[in-house]
Design a protein around this ligand. Structure first.
Ligand SMILES: *[C@@H]1O[C@H](CO)[C@@H](O)[C@H](O)[C@H]1NC(C)=O
Ligand SMILES: *[C@@H]1O[C@H](CO)[C@@H](O)[C@H](O)[C@H]1NC(C)=O
Ligand SMILES: *[C@@H]1O[C@H](CO)[C@@H](O)[C@H](O)[C@H]1NC(C)=O
Ligand SMILES: *[C@@H]1O[C@H](CO)[C@@H](O)[C@H](O)[C@H]1NC(C)=O
Ligand SMILES: *[C@@H]1O[C@H](CO)[C@@H](O)[C@H](O)[C@H]1NC(C)=O
Ligand SMILES: *[C@@H]1O[C@H](CO)[C@@H](O)[C@H](O)[C@H]1NC(C)=O
Ligand SMILES: *[C@@H]1O[C@H](CO)[C@@H](O)[C@H](O)[C@H]1NC(C)=O
Ligand SMILES: *[C@@H]1O[C@H](CO)[C@@H](O)[C@H](O)[C@H]1NC(C)=O
Ligand SMILES: *[C@@H]1O[C@H](CO)[C@@H](O)[C@H](O)[C@H]1NC(C)=O
Ligand SMILES: *[C@@H]1O[C@H](CO)[C@@H](O)[C@H](O)[C@H]1NC(C)=O
Ligand SMILES: *[C@@H]1O[C@H](CO)[C@@H](O)[C@H](O)[C@H]1NC(C)=O
Ligand SMILES: *[C@@H]1O[C@H](CO)[C@@H](O)[C@H](O)[C@H]1NC(C)=O
Length: 644
């Protein structure tokens, strides 16, 4: 049982009064209390059975003892708190006029359906109404305007439709208005300008249309205005400049247009300005960081033209900027030159599809933004070498330089980006080999190098075990696909139009028969090859029959070694998943360590591997040979025969 006391009662007196009121209410049983109890019980009986479990304490004629109910000092119900208790049913049977003293009504997070009854307007003392996250539908009754003491109204996450009643303008004390995530249509009523105590308006994710009422400028206490994802048209009224306390303005995903009013730069408390996904034209707003508080600026997907405002250059509070898909021009470093502020947590510089260029020497300044996590500069006109200073952005998670005109080699310094999970260098004019330091990119999951002029083999990928998605199409790569997950998953689309790749992917030639292809560049490299099935059986057969044999050792170990191994059930191994067998082999031989070496043949070393299931197999690691003969089957078979 909870009692709400007027605040003038001192803390000292409250426990005493609590006892008195408990005693009093238990016996009071006035007609008023009884009618409140009856109103609640009648409503309970209208609810679906599942709701009854949570309301099991609801019986008798003293509601002050019931679950979710609190009374005032006159034993009148003042607080209904039934959040997240699985209520199913409607509010139609709740006779609000019998509950005149309710101060707080919170039934959020239930499954109430039906409409909001107009009788709710009789709750003349209501301070807080929270019906968010239910299945209420129909329109918001005009009588909501009767709730003249309301401070907090939350009807978000329902299926409410129709227009916002103009009577909302009578809620002159309202501080919080949230009706987001509904199906509301029609305009935002101009009467909203009367709600001069509003601190927080959230009308996002509805179907509101018409223009933003200019009376919005009356809301001098407003700190949050969120009207994203509606169908609003027209331009932002210049009265916006009167919202001197506003911190957050969210206009995303409407059909707003026109130029941004210059009055916007009077908002000295602004922290987040979100204009994305509209039809705004003209220049980006100037001086939006005038108060030095701007953290988040999103203006992507509009028709903004001209340069990035120089005023952003010293906006050291900035955390995220998103400007992609506009028609911006100019030099990126004019705007973002001096932003290495340690307060940054993230700076998403999405400038994609603009025509931003840069003096790449000026990238040094960007490279000093040590907290940068996301750097997206795709679809611009950036050219020259990829600045090696980008390798200093050690916290970078996601970098895209795609669809620019970067030239030259990929700087090996990028290999220092230990946390990088996504790298997109596609559609540039990069040349040369993948730097071997790329093997250090141990967090990298997604890599796009497509549509460049890169060449050489893919051996730098061998250690990139976290890589799951790759696109290397339209380059000059050659040689076998690395044995890592990303290439096991790869489709031909991600590999096509290269010079000479081979591997087990439909559309590529398998490496073992691709002897005609050139692998000259790998002459000195050692390649690990999973033995084709027949050869595997052949080699394994040696062991299966328990033959003793002699093999020459590597040049460093001259003594011969005799091996006599019994292997039952050996052929069953090859029914296993090939990748698993491969991994087991690599593990069993400790990455083909010399201590597991049992012999050396013409084309490579032979190792003994004891697999987890106890089977013993021989594994041959093949040297690549000049002129690209990856595997000369005939010679190999002869060698096996010689071994026996
Ligand atoms: C709901 O409760 C009533 C009365 O206890 C009972 O007759 C009815 O079968 C119940 N309905 C369901 C769906 O459990
Ligand atoms: C409302 O009820 C919920 C769940 O029973 C409880 O966690 C919460 O503290 C209550 N709030 C008030 C203001 O009584
Ligand atoms: C609610 O209670 C009032 C007062 O007893 C009564 O006049 C009215 O008809 C009731 N409304 C409903 C919908 O039962
Ligand atoms: C209503 O209850 C929910 C869940 O307990 C809570 O999160 C919410 O803040 C409450 N609403 C108000 C206005 O206190
Ligand atoms: C409310 O939902 C229940 C199913 O949970 C349904 O039987 C009932 O007809 C709905 N009521 C209204 C007014 O839509
Ligand atoms: C709303 O208030 C008006 C006058 O202030 C009153 O006549 C009317 O009955 C009220 N409506 C409800 C539903 O209480
Ligand atoms: C709203 O307030 C105006 C006066 O300011 C009054 O005429 C009107 O009846 C009120 N509407 C409601 C629904 O309370
Ligand atoms: C309104 O309710 C929803 C759902 O409970 C909640 O997420 C949201 O924060 C609330 N709005 C305000 C302004 O408190
Ligand atoms: C609201 O602002 C408009 C002009 O923007 C003004 O005409 C009107 O009187 C203001 N209303 C209030 C209640 O301040
Ligand atoms: C809005 O700001 C302008 C100055 O930009 C001022 O003249 C006007 O009085 C303000 N209006 C309100 C309602 O505060
Ligand atoms: C940025 O520089 C301009 C001109 O020097 C100055 O007026 C403004 O206050 C500065 N802004 C911040 C956030 O430091
Ligand atoms: C080639 O790939 C297919 C499908 O990924 C697989 O079933 C098959 O065993 C592979 N063959 C070799 C020789 O690895």
């Amino acid at each position: 049982m909870v009692f709400i006391f007027p605040t003038l009662l001192s803390m000292k007196l409250q426990p005493l009064l609590l006892l008195l009121v408990m005693y009093f209410c238990a016996f009071a049983a006035s007609s008023e209390i009884a009618s409140e109890a009856n109103a609640l019980l009648k409503w309970k009986s209208s609810l679906e059975n599942q709701s009854h479990a949570s309301l099991s304490s609801w019986s008798g004629n003293n509601p002050c003892n019931w679950f979710g109910i609190a009374c005032d000092e006159f034993c009148s119900v003042s607080n209904i708190n039934l959040t997240n208790v699985g209520l199913r049913g409607t509010l139609q049977s709740l006779n609000f006029s019998l509950l005149p003293n309710i101060f707080t009504l919170n039934m959020s997070h239930n499954s109430l359906n039906g409409t909001i009854p107009p009788q709710i307007g009789s709750l003349s003392n209501l301070n807080t109404l929270d019906l968010s996250i239910n299945n209420l539908f129909g329109s918001i009754p005009n009588t909501i305007g009767n709730l003249s003491k309301l401070l907090f109204l939350n009807l978000s996450d329902n299926d409410l439709s129709g227009t916002i009643p103009f009577t909302i303008g009578n809620l002159s004390k309202l501080s919080v208005l949230s009706i987001s995530f509904n199906e509301l249509t029609g305009p935002i009523p101009a009467s909203i300008g009367n709600l001069v105590n509003l601190d927080d308006i959230r009308l996002h994710e509805n179907k509101l249309s018409g223009s933003i009422p200019f009376t919005i400028g009356n809301l001098s206490k407003l700190s949050v205005l969120s009207i994203s994802f509606n169908e609003l048209t027209g331009s932002i009224p210049s009265t916006i400049g009167n919202l001197s306390k506003v911190r957050t303005l969210r206009f995303i995903g409407n059909e707003l247009g026109g130029k941004i009013p210059i009055e916007l730069s009077m908002l000295t408390a602004l922290e987040s300005l979100q204009l994305a996904g509209n039809n705004f034209i003209g220049h980006l707003p100037q001086n939006i960081c005038i108060g030095g508080t701007l953290k988040n600026f999103a203006a992507e997907n509009n028709n903004f033209i001209g340069p990035i405002p120089v005023s952003l250059k010293n906006c050291s509070s900035l955390i995220r900027v998103r400007l992609q898909r506009n028609q911006l021009t100019g030099d990126i470093t004019d705007a973002f030159g001096v932003l290495p502020n340690l307060d940054y947590i993230e700076l998403n510089m999405s400038l994609s599809q603009n025509s931003i260029n840069a003096e790449t020497s000026n990238f040094e300044e960007i490279a000093s933004m040590q907290k940068l996590q996301i750097l997206k500069l795709g679809s611009n006109k950036l050219s020259g070498l990829i600045p090696k200073q980008l390798g200093n952005l050690l916290n970078l998670l996601n970098m895209s330089l795609s669809q620019n005109n970067f030239q030259g080699n990929i700087p090996s310094e990028l290999g220092k980006l230990k946390f990088l999970t996504s790298l997109d260098l596609g559609e540039n004019s990069l040349r040369g080999a993948i730097p071997s330091m790329f093997g250090e990119l141990k967090s990298l999951e997604t890599l796009n190098l497509s549509h460049n002029n890169l060449s050489g083999n893919l051996s730098s990928f061998d250690d990139m075990t976290s890589l799951t998605s790759i696109d290397i199409s339209y380059n000059q790569f050659e040689g076998p696909l690395p044995n890592i997950l990303a290439f096991h998953n790869a489709k031909i689309e991600a590999l096509r139009n290269n010079k000479g790749l081979c591997g087990n992917v439909t559309g590529l030639e398998p490496c073992s028969t691709s002897s005609g292809k050139s692998h000259n560049h790998m002459r000195k490299k050692i390649i690990i090859v999973i033995l084709p099935l027949t050869l595997g059986i052949l080699i394994l057969a040696l062991f299966a029959f328990g033959v003793s044999y002699h093999l020459c050792q590597t040049s460093t170990k001259k003594e011969d070694q005799a091996t006599n191994i019994q292997t039952p059930n050996i052929f069953a191994i090859w029914n296993f998943d090939g990748k698993m067998v491969f991994e087991n082999i690599i593990e069993a031989t400790e990455y083909l360590d010399n201590k597991h070496l049992i012999g050396v043949g013409g084309q490579g070393c032979v190792y003994k591997a004891v697999l987890p299931a106890g089977q013993v197999v021989a594994v041959k690691k093949l040297h690549s040979v000049p002129n690209g003969a990856m595997l000369n089957l005939k010679a190999f078979t002869c060698e096996i025969q010689a071994l026996t």
